[in-house]
Write a protein that binds this ligand. Structure first.
Ligand SMILES: Nc1ncnc2c1ncn2[C@@H]1O[C@H](COP(=O)(O)OP(=O)(O)OP(=O)(O)O)[C@@H](O)[C@H]1O
Ligand SMILES: [Mg+2]
Length: 257
């Protein structure tokens, strides 16, 4: 069966895109993984994955009236299938966000794990869709109270639409002792476990500049090791793939919050 995870946060810049690709590469050791840049208004996964020059992206699949198959925007990279999104504002305006349901349904027919890199805020219909469509959400947050409180809002939104919480992933951690205290608090407020704590690591920035996912660019870095441990703690649902496509295709799209 396919399990779809939205990688979300509440705040911008917490490391959702870095985490989507890192978890994707780690999970790809055991599963067939597809990562999708579902941040269609502010896409940047393409820059992290060396796909800035590709011809066809998610925007082309979402274009009003498009009947292109999802496979047109799938690129085999780093042991995964990667679906980048373009950065043109015009293309975003001309896209029909609800078509993401059909795209995800198409992709789901041919993969085990779907990771949806999600927009930071949940301020519009297109921004909430990944969280609504996913089975579970991975909440990426810095270990500070304001960041946690925003992640809790995402949790509240997700659970209101029947999306479960896979867990909380702390990123850009500078103080191990501090994160332990925050994690103890977090276990009380979040409906999922702490998946891990990824240190602030210059390797994440150099990877981004090189246009490579962290696990490809610096596989032995402290951050890469922490991501592999976090991925190992995610027990992905497996089983028969009946009715998966229909589940995504028929998801009810809410109005923005
Ligand atoms: N563990 C880390 N240590 C240091 N820098 C990091 C770490 N994780 C991510 N970064 C850097 O932080 C910046 C933001 O990361 P990323 O683009 O993954 O965040 P995001 O949540 O997807 O951002 P946005 O909300 O803009 O989509 C990037 O420059 C990235 O290289
Ligand atoms: Mg991002």
């Amino acid at each position: 069966m396919v399990e779809a995870f939205a990688v979300a946060s509440g705040k911008g810049g917490t490391g959702k895109t870095t985490s989507t690709l890192a978890l994707g590469m780690a999970l790809a050791e055991e599963h067939d993984v597809t990562v999708v840049d579902a941040d269609t208004g502010m896409a940047n996964l393409l820059f992290h994955a060396g796909l800035a020059d590709v011809e066809t992206t998610l925007h082309d699949l979402l274009a009003d009236g498009s009947d292109r198959p999802a496979s047109d925007a799938v690129y085999e990279r780093f042991g995964m299938k990667v679906v980048p999104c373009g950065t043109s504002l015009d293309a975003f305006r001309e896209s029909d966000p609800e078509r993401l349901r059909d795209v995800v349904a198409d992709l789901a027919a041919d993969t085990d794990v779907l990771l949806l890199d999600s927009p930071a805020t949940l301020a519009s219909r297109s921004a909430v869709l990944p969280v609504v469509l996913a089975d579970r959400v991975v909440l990426v947050t810095q270990p500070t109270i304001p960041a946690l409180s925003d992640a809790m809002k995402v949790q509240e939104y997700a659970t209101a639409y029947g999306t479960g919480v896979a867990g909380v992933l702390f990123n850009k951690v500078r103080d191990e002792g501090g994160v332990e205290r925050v994690a103890t608090q977090a276990e009380r407020y979040f409906e999922g476990p702490t998946l891990g704590a990824v240190p602030a690591d210059e390797a994440a920035r150099t990877a981004r500049r090189a246009g490579e996912p962290l696990l490809a660019h610096a596989p032995d870095s402290a951050a890469a090791r922490a991501y592999r441990a976090a991925a190992a703690s995610l027990d992905v649902a497996t089983g028969p793939a009946t009715g998966v496509a229909e589940r995504f295709r028929s998801a009810v799209v809410p109005d923005g919050p």
